[in-house]
Design a binder for this molecule. Structure first.
Ligand code: AMP
Length: 223
């Protein structure tokens, strides 16, 4: 039986291509994309109480406390009772997952299980032109002249959070905080894992799986 409403979560470590896959899902299936990071940034921009409370944690690279996150996300979801949505970035801890489950149980949790060495290789080869935000990759998308931006000729830099030791640390934190969340959904029988190295390789499998639960608007192929 194919249901119309689909409440789903996408999970995956930083650098797993979660943003790319999320964008593709909502394009082909039409759910509302709810990114907790984007919601927090908009709360901060609007200087709401939640935004003010969350800002110092975000600035220090820490997780925002569960009570603030749960209140923020659940109040948003209450307004979406008759809509399909894809949650991205929430839940990140077990208490968040339990609070969500008590109010709005989800039908599917997609986990992008990308090997950490692949993520580290991908991120550590990334070089940025700071002024424009253009991103290059020494292997996948090299600049015409090594170390220089194609358009301005200015030097490229490696962002602090793209350095190997920083990436490793972020992955370790992700693993310790979210493993219990994955176990929680695995026990509930709603977790679907996708292994692979590249978004284009994983995408057709993700599409096929979601299409067993809800009718797609379309299928977009990426090569
Ligand atoms: P993101 O854009 O998903 O990387 O989120 C940016 C920042 O927002 C994170 O580094 C956290 O400080 C905070 N954040 C986003 N989602 C959550 C969450 N579910 N729980 C706690 N903090 C969060």
């Amino acid at each position: 039986m194919i249901s119309k409403l689909l409440r789903a979560i996408i999970m995956g470590p930083p650098g797993s291509g979660k943003g790319t896959i999320s964008t593709r899902i909502v394009k082909d299936f039409g759910q509302k994309h709810l990114s907790s990071g984007d919601m927090l940034r908009s709360q901060i921009a609007n200087k709401t109480a939640a935004g003010l409370a969350a800002k110092s944690y975000i600035d220090q690279g820490q997780l925002v406390p569960d009570d603030i996150m749960v209140e923020l996300i659940l109040s948003e979801l209450k307004g979406l009772r008759s809509e399909s949505w894809l949650l991205d970035g929430f839940p990140r801890t077990l208490p968040q997952a339990k609070a969500l489950h008590a109010e709005e149980p989800v039908e599917m949790v997609l986990n992008l299980d990308i090997p950490f060495p692949v993520i580290i290789d991908r991120i550590k080869g990334r070089w940025t032109h700071l002024a424009s935000g253009r991103i290059y990759h020494t292997e996948f998308n090299p600049p015409k002249k090594a170390g220089l931006d194609d358009i301005t000729g200015e030097p490229l830099v490696q962002r602090d959070d793209d350095r190997e030791e920083v990436v490793r640390k972020r992955l370790e934190i992700y693993q310790s905080r979210t493993q219990p969340v994955l176990d929680f959904y695995r026990k509930l029988g709603v977790l679907q894992e996708f292994q692979g190295k590249y978004s284009n390789e994983i995408w057709p499998r993700v599409h096929k799986f979601i299409a067993t639960k809800t009718t797609p608007l379309q299928y977009t192929e990426y090569k």
